[in-house]
Ligand binder design. Structure first.
Ligand code: TRP
Length: 469
C-alpha cells in the first residue's frame, strides 16, 4: 500500500497487508499465529482418504499453514460429516486473480472430500468498512458470486448467501450463534486480535487510542472510506463475530436438519488467505467454552503483486494494476510485460548470474499457475543461477510463458462465468433446496512413495536445488 510508514517489518491483518524488505516471511507467521505447517504426512493422508491427487497449491506448499487439520481428517476418516466455509467481501465488480486462489482451492477440497460448502458474501462487512450504499454491496454480492460459481462448485453441496439477507430473512441458527458469540467476545479481544486500535488511530478517532503505536497513524487510508462509514463504528467492531459464526454447523440448520447436535458432529474447515486467520482464532475459546468442535483452518500465501514480492496483488495499492478476471488477452500481456523481474541488468550479467528467482515475479507466479513440476524445474534451471554454464533463458521468454499461462487461466474462467445465468445463480442462493450430504465411493488411487511425498508441502523446494534452503 502507499504508506508513509517506512518500516521494513511485515504487517499482516485483515485490513493491511505489507511484506518486509524481503517479501513475506511465512515461517514467522506460523510462529506468530501458532499454527502448523502442511507436512508430507498430511498430504499423503489426504490423498489416501480422498482417493484423489492433492491440488498443486498443497503439493507446492502454497497453502502453507493449518490448525486442527489432522483432527478434521480423523473425523472424516471415521466416516463423519465435515463442511467447508469460506467467503468474499464484495467490494467491487472487478475480482482479480489473487481472489481466485482460495476459491479454486476450495473447489478442489469440496470435490476431494465430497462435502457441503457455505460461502458468506459479506456485503454488510464492506458497508461497515467502506461506507456508501448498502444495496450496491448486495448487488455486488450477486456479481461476485458468478465468478465464484465459475470455479466449479458442486451445486447440490454449495450454499452461497448474502450475509445481510441471511440475517434479514431470518436464519435463527446463525442469529443465535452471532448473539452468543457477541456476548462471549470482549471488545478488548477484538481490539487486540484485529489491531482495531490501529484503525482508531488511522482514522483520527483518538478517543480510545492507547497512544503507543503512533507510527501507524501515518497508515491513514481514510481516503478509501466513503461517507457513511464512521471510523471504527460499532458495525466494524462487531463484524468479527459475524465472520466467525458460520463456522458452526448449527448456523445452517436447514442444511444439517437431520443431524443431531451438529456442532459436535459436523467438523468445519475454513480455507482462506492467511490475513483472515484472526477471525477464526475467536472461535477456539468459544468452542472450548461450549464444548463443541473447533473449526479447522488452512491458510494460503498471497499472490504477489506484479510490482514485486513485498506486496500482495491489490486493486487499491499496486503501481501496476492487478489482472482482473475481465481482462482481455492483450490487457493481460501488457500488464505482464511491465512486471518486476529478477533477471540481470545486462545480457552479460544475466548470462553470468542468471535471474534471482526468489524475487522474479514471473517465476513466483508460475509456481502458482503452472501445473507441471517438470516444466517448472526446467524453467528454474534455464533461467535461475547457472549450474551448467549454458546461456540463460531471457526474461522476455519467461514472461511469455507467464502470459500464456495467465491468458489461458483467465480465458477459461470467462467461459465458465458465461454459463452462470441469473437462474443458476438464484439456485445457489436458495436455502430451501435439498442438499447432498452423501459421500460416493471412489476407486483407490496408487499412492506415491514416501520419498516422493517427502518433497511435497512444507518440504517442497521451490527452486529445485538452486539455492541453499
Ligand atoms: N472478510 C473477507 C473479505 O474481506 C470475506 C469473508 C467473509 C471471508 N467470510 C469469510 C473470508 C470466511 C474467508 C473466510 O474478503
Amino acid at each position: 500500500m502507499a504508506t508513509a510508514n517506512n518500516s521494513t517489518e511485515q504487517h499482516i491483518d485483515p485490513w493491511n497487508v505489507k511484506g518486509g524488505a524481503k517479501g513475506f516471511d511465512y515461517l514467522k507467521l506460523l510462529n506468530q499465529f501458532g499454527t502448523h505447517p502442511i507436512t508430507p504426512a498430511i498430504i499423503e493422508r489426504i490423498e489416501r482418504l480422498t482417493n484423489m491427487r492433492v491440488h498443486r497449491f498443497l503439493r507446492r506448499g502454497l497453502f502453507f499453514s493449518q490448525q486442527y487439520l489432522e483432527q478434521l481428517l480423523d473425523h472424516y476418516e471415521a466416516g463423519k460429516l465435515i463442511f467447508l466455509y469460506t467467503g468474499r467481501g464484495p467490494s467491487s465488480e472487478a475480482m482479480h486473480l489473487g481472489h481466485m486462489i482460495p476459491f479454486e482451492f476450495t473447489a478442489y477440497l469440496q470435490k476431494a472430500f465430497q462435502c457441503i460448502l457455505v460461502v458468506q458474501m459479506s456485503d454488510d462487512e464492506k458497508y461497515y468498512f467502506k461506507g456508501g450504499d448498502l444495496d450496491n454491496y448486495r448487488r455486488l454480492t450477486r456479481e461476485n458470486a458468478k465468478d465464484i460459481i465459475a470455479c466449479g462448485f458442486d451445486h447440490d453441496r454449495t450454499y452461497i448467501f448474502s450475509n445481510f439477507d441471511e440475517i434479514a430473512n431470518g436464519n435463527p441458527g446463525l442469529w443465535r450463534n452471532v448473539t452468543e458469540l457477541s456476548s462471549y467476545t470482549g471488545v478488548n479481544t477484538v481490539r487486540s486480535t484485529f489491531g482495531l486500535n490501529k484503525l482508531f488511530l488511522k482514522n483520527n478517532d483518538t478517543s480510545d487510542a492507547d497512544g503507543q503505536d503512533t507510527q501507524d497513524a501515518s497508515d491513514n487510508d481514510a481516503t478509501q472510506v466513503k461517507p457513511g462509514a464512521t471510523p471504527c463504528s460499532v458495525g466494524m467492531m462487531s463484524w468479527p463475530v459475524y465472520q466467525a459464526a458460520p463456522c458452526l454447523a448449527s448456523s445452517f440448520k436447514r442444511i444439517f436438519a437431520d443431524i443431531k447436535e451438529p456442532d459436535k458432529n459436523v467438523f468445519n474447515l475454513v480455507p482462506m488467505a492467511v490475513d483472515q486467520a484472526p477471525y477464526f482464532r475467536l472461535m477456539n475459546d468459544f468452542c472450548g467454552f461450549k464444548n463443541v468442535l473447533k473449526p479447522a483452518q488452512i491458510h494460503a500465501e498471497f499472490l504477489i503483486s506484479l510490482a514485486g514480492r513485498n506486496s500482495k496483488m491489490s486493486s487499491t495499492d499496486d503501481s501496476i494494476p492487478p489482472i482482473y478476471l475481465t481482462d482481455k488477452p492483450d490487457e493481460i500481456r501488457k500488464k505482464i510485460r511491465k512486471c518486476f523481474s529478477g533477471g540481470g541488468d545486462t545480457l552479460a550479467k544475466h548470462n553470468e548470474f542468471g535471474a534471482d528467482l526468489t524475487v522474479d515475479v514471473p517465476y513466483q507466479w508460475l509456481l502458482i499457475f503452472l501445473e507441471d513440476d517438470e516444466q517448472l524445474k526446467k524453467i528454474a534451471h534455464a533461467y535461475g543461477p547457472p549450474t551448467d554454464g549454458q546461456v540463460r533463458m531471457l526474461t522476455s521468454e519467461i514472461k511469455n510463458i507467464m502470459c500464456e499461462c495467465v491468458v489461458q487461466y483467465v480465458g477459461r474462467h470467462q467461459q465458465q462465468r458465461k454459463c452462470v445465468t441469473e437462474e443458476v445463480l438464484n439456485t445457489y442462493f436458495d436455502p430451501t433446496r435439498k442438499f447432498n450430504l452423501e459421500r460416493q465411493y471412489r476407486e483407490p488411487i496408487e499412492l506415491l512413495s514416501d520419498a516422493q511425498y517427502n518433497t511435497q508441502g512444507a518440504n517442497f523446494d521451490r527452486y529445485f536445488g538452486l539455492y541453499d534452503r
